[in-house]
Structures are given as structure tokens and as C-alpha cells.
Design a protein around this ligand. Structure first.
Ligand code: ADP
Length: 541
């Protein structure tokens, strides 16, 4: 027997419709690529998203067609999120930081019909265009005044001209909630990028989950500034969450340096933000140098890479900003776990509570997880056993776009994350490594992340990476590669002494190498494949 409730499909356009109706005067503020600040309301954003829907319809965009974007976090990108998905097409956000060959592969693999891009990316797009024959037209997300007088692009259109020529009279169509809504390719550090194809249903459910108090803990009284880019994993779902809860949204555009961010945090009274650790280290240095303090920023979500305990502590103690550590990936929409305490923890000592807060957190409703050994046998939740992390749920990818690759999916419906983790008796998950980065020494595993977090806690170290290198006796031993902070001195011996008493003696790196900088992926993560190449043939002293 079926229930007797209205069978209204969950659709992305419904989120903006809701905000436009019930939070009509709440603002979306953007730092423009062209310079200056743009501000309008949810009502105006909705009108423009409907104008865009008319533009796309007239261009002949059909249900399921892919529309590419190469853009920063700004109001026009926001309109594309809603205008494209709203008509049943797929908003394909592309990461401009990828190598040009990867961009060409992704645009052609997705067969994007139209590509919308920000002014910054004009030179890039001019190079890509001849190699992307399926793109029918390139739309520059700017006004007439900023259009180039000459361009190598075959068919270049002006976003504001297109919108101006169309009315805001539009009714969002009804369709199955499982219809594809957006597409995001994983960075693909080892193989070709793989497309994760989200649906309206998965996106709306993920937005509900993100809004929970134990998740982002945001409400209509908040002002959210996502530093995480809208070109990668939908800025962790914030452009959908903000209209759902009706809060003010601040989009930082290309200004991701510490000074520009701080200015926007203060000017717009931002209360909540989200981003990868690298951004916050930059901001922390800036705040210390300027002896500056935030007037309204109270909480942040940090994830995408392991958040070093030193960063958590500094933000809490020095700046009064509480960081919640979170874990996820493109394939999980991306929220998988968020670290927020349980009542049973409140009676623990501050040090014990802090130790728990450094983990990647608890599963949120909608994500089931388990850790397994090499034979897929489930491992205990004792906080000690570590194994491959598997997840499943209604906002976890069940396959990749136009790909037969099923190697990451088990026959019984789990997704292999490629991460190695422990889970403690309270359900707090702790990532110890990517499976391909795990160091196996004498048959035992050493966590490179734990060692990196320790190294970064040393006052002279700006960034650290630990890789396993072949060793005649132990099969592999850890090498610590570090970047020193400017104007600081620290020797290999001093740094190694720093590990004494903090980790088991056999975890201690065998050697330290000092470098000017470490290699990163397009999403700002340590590129350990490159580091292993750089140190191939290295001999421990
Ligand atoms: P890519 O950058 O390859 O496209 P994602 O952005 O989806 O992939 O990154 C997902 C991966 O990032 C996770 O599988 C995990 O290895 C890493 N990651 C994300 N959050 C954390 C975290 N809080 N701690 C450690 N690793 C993390």
C-alpha cells in the first residue's frame, strides 16, 4: 500500500522558488570578476534565473543536455546553477585549475553544448575552443562594456545581452526527481577524470542534510561565504543550502587572498564559512600579522583534506572561530562526515574533547559507512583497526557518467572511497590515508596524515608531506618532506626530535628533506604521486 501524501518531486528550482517567495529581500552579494561588488535579492536572482531559462530554451537546450561553466563563485554562476538544472538540463561545472588537456578531455567527454565562462578565463577558453568542436557557442559571463573587441573565439556571446533580451515569465517544468541536475568530474590524479552525475533528488536531500545542526548548523540568521569553489563539487552544496534556509549568501569571486576575504567577512558580517585547510592557513598568517580579529565570523567547516589539529586550535584559541572538521568527496555530494560532539563527550576533559574534534567526524543521515580489510570483511569500530572506507546512501554516486568503470563499486551496493580510516565506538571516523598513500613498514601501517599533522605543529614548518619509499629491510619507510616558514631555521635532527614521545618510535620518519614548495592537485591537495616521482631512487641516510 502506498502512502497518501502529495507526490511532489524534489527539484532544485524549488529551492530558489522558496527563497524568492519567503526570503525575497534577503541578499546575495558577489565580488565581481570585473571588479566591484554586486548585490541583489533572492527575488531578483529568481527572476534572472527564469530569464536564463528562457535564453536556454530559445537556444534549443533539451532535457539532459550538458551546459558547461568555467566560473568563480558569483551571482551569474548561481543563476546558471538554477536556470540550467531548472529546465532539466545538466549544469556541468568545470575546474579551471585542471591542466588544459584534462579540460579538453572533460568538455568533450561531457559533450557540453554551450559553455559559460568568466572574464578571467577568456585566454584559456580561446586555447580550448579549437579542441572542443562540440561546443556550439561560448558565453562570456559579463556585460556589453566588458566584452572583448576582438577574440579568437568562433561564436562568443554576451551573458547580459542574452538575459536582457528575454523575459522573466517562466514556469519551471515538472519532471522526475531522479533527473540529472549537475555534473562534476573528479580531478583524476592517476587516471582520466570521472564524471559524477548528481540528480535533483540527491541534491535536495543533501541540502537538507547539510542544514542540520550537527552538520553546518546554519539558519536564516546566518551569512554564509563559501570559499570552496562553485566549480568543484558544487561549493559543498552551499548554493543550494542557502536558499533552502533563506540566509544571506556572499560569493567571493576571484578574490581568494587573505586580505580580500577578510575585507568581505567584515563588510558583509559573515558568520559562517567553508573551505580547504590551505586557505585558512593563509588567513591565519594574515590575521596574526595584522593583529586582526573577526567581528561576526563564528564557525567554519574545514575539509577536502585533513585539517591539522594546529589549525583547529589556532582558530579556536586566537580568533574565537570554531572549526568543524568534515570529510567527503565528489562522489558523496560531497558531505560524508562532520565532526560535532555528542552529549556523552561533554563531561570529558578539554584535551580529550579536542582529540576527538580532530577526527573527520560522524556519519550524517544519508551516509552509511563501514571499514573493511583486504577481503572485504568488516572491521570493528574500536578506533584502532583501520581499513578501506566504504559508503552508501541516496547522495552517493552509483556509477560514473558514460563509463563502464565499476571497480570502485561493490556487487552489494557500496562505494569504495579509496580512503583508509578507523571508526571509534562513538562512530567518529578518522582518515589515516588515501589507500594509495598508505606506508607499509615491516607489515604494519603508518599513517602519513598523522605524521604530517605533527610536523605542521612545529613552529618553523609551513607545509609537510610524508611519503613511503622502498626500504631493503622494512619494505617501506616514511620520508618527511617539508617547506619551512620564511625566515625560520630548523634542522633535520631538531625536526625528528620533535616526534619523540608523540608517535610510536617506529613511525618516526627516517629522514627529512627541505623543499621550496610541495606539488598540489587542481583542488589544492598534496600531489603525492608527483612527490614519489621526485624522490624515486632516493636512498635513506
Ligand atoms: P578530487 O580532488 O580527486 O576530485 P575530491 O575533491 O572528491 O576528489 O576529494 C576527495 C578526497 O579528499 C577524499 O577521498 C579524501 O582522500 C580527501 N579528503 C576530503 N576531506 C578530507 C578530510 N577532512 N581529511 C582527510 N582527507 C580528506
Amino acid at each position: 500500500m502506498l502512502g497518501l501524501m502529495m507526490n511532489e518531486p524534489l527539484r532544485i528550482a524549488g529551492l530558489l522558488e522558496h527563497a524568492a517567495k519567503w526570503h525575497s529581500t534577503t541578499e546575495i552579494v558577489s565580488r565581481l570578476t570585473e571588479g566591484g561588488i554586486h548585490r541583489y535579492t533572492y527575488h531578483a536572482a529568481h527572476q534572472r534565473a527564469k530569464q536564463l531559462a528562457n535564453v536556454l530554451t530559445e537556444l534549443g537546450v533539451q532535457n539532459g543536455d550538458r551546459i558547461g561553466t568555467l566560473a568563480w563563485n558569483n551571482h551569474r554562476h548561481f543563476e546558471l546553477y538554477y536556470g540550467v538544472s531548472g529546465i532539466g538540463a545538466v549544469c556541468h561545472t568545470i575546474n579551471p585549475r585542471l591542466f588544459p588537456e584534462q579540460l579538453v578531455y572533460i568538455i568533450n567527454h561531457a559533450a557540453d553544448r554551450f559553455l559559460f565562462f568568466d572574464l578571467t578565463f577568456l585566454p584559456l577558453v580561446e586555447k580550448l575552443a579549437p579542441l572542443c568542436p562540440k561546443v556550439e557557442a561560448w558565453v562570456l559571463m559579463t556585460d556589453r562594456a566588458h566584452m572583448p573587441t576582438a577574440s579568437a573565439l568562433p561564436d562568443i556571446r554576451c551573458y547580459e545581452d542574452l538575459l536582457a533580451a528575454h523575459s522573466a515569465e517562466f514556469t519551471w517544468p515538472d519532471f522526475d526527481e531522479n533527473t540529472a541536475s549537475s555534473l562534476c568530474y573528479t580531478s583524476g590524479t592517476t587516471d582520466q577524470p570521472k564524471g559524477v552525475l548528481y540528480s535533483h533528488r540527491s541534491t535536495v536531500l543533501h541540502s537538507y542534510a547539510a542544514g542540520l545542526p550537527d552538520c553546518f548548523n546554519c539558519s536564516a540568521r546566518d551569512v554564509i561565504l563559501p570559499v570552496v569553489p562553485m566549480f568543484h563539487v558544487n561549493a559543498w552544496g552551499i548554493p543550494y543550502l542557502a536558499p533552502l534556509i533563506g540566509c544571506k549568501l556572499v560569493l567571493p569571486g576571484p578574490g581568494l587572498d587573505a586580505a580580500s576575504l577578510f575585507e568581505l567577512f567584515e563588510q558583509e558580517h559573515v558568520t559562517f564559512s567553508a573551505g580547504v585547510p590551505t586557505i585558512w592557513f593563509g588567513l591565519l598568517t594574515f590575521m596574526r600579522e595584522k593583529k586582526a580579529r573577526f567581528s561576526t565570523l563564528k564557525q567554519m567547516i574545514v575539509g577536502g583534506a585533513s585539517c591539522p589539529p594546529a589549525l583547529l586550535k589556532a582558530f579556536d584559541d586566537e580568533l574565537g572561530v570554531h572549526i568543524r572538521h568534515a570529510w567527503g568527496m565528489s562522489e558523496t555530494s560531497p558531505l560524508g562526515t562532520v565532526n560535532s560532539s555528542k552529549s556523552s563527550q561533554l563531561s570529558l576533559s578539554p584535551d580529550e574533547q579536542f582529540a576527538i574534534s580532530t577526527k573527520q567526524g560522524r556519519s550524517i543521515f544519508g551516509i552509511d559507512m563501514k571499514i573493511v580489510d583486504d577481503h572485504d570483511q568488516e572491521l570493528p569500530h574500536d578506533g584502532v583497526a583501520f581499513g578501506d572506507l566504504l559508503v552508501r546512501g541516496p547522495f552517493v554516486a552509483g556509477g560514473y557518467y558514460e563509463s563502464d568503470n565499476r571497480s570502485q563499486f561493490t556487487a552489494d551496493g557500496w562505494f569504495r572511497t579509496g580512503d583508509v580510516a578507523t571508526i571509534d565506538p562513538e562512530g567518529f571516523m578518522n582518515i589515516t590515508d588515501r589507500s594509495k598513500d598508505v606506508i607499509k613498514s615491516g607489515g604494519e601501517w603508518i599513517s602519513s596524515i598523522d605524521l604530517e599533522n605533527l610536523a605542521i605543529a612545529h613552529p618553523s614548518i609551513a607545509e609537510a608531506a610524508v611519503i613511503g619509499l622502498p626500504h631493503p629491510k622494512w619494505s617501506e619507510r616514511p620520508l618527511l618532506v617539508v617547506v619551512r616558514k620564511p625566515d625560520t631555521e630548523v634542522s633535520q635532527e631538531e625536526l625528528l626530535l620533535f616526534f619523540d614521545g608523540k608517535v610510536a618510535s617506529w613511525w618516526k620518519p627516517d629522514a627529512v628533506e627541505f623543499v621550496e614548495q610541495l606539488p598540489h592537485t587542481a583542488t589544492g591537495k598534496l600531489l603525492k604521486t608527483k612527490l614519489r616521482q621526485d624522490f624515486a631512487g632516493y636512498e635513506f641516510p
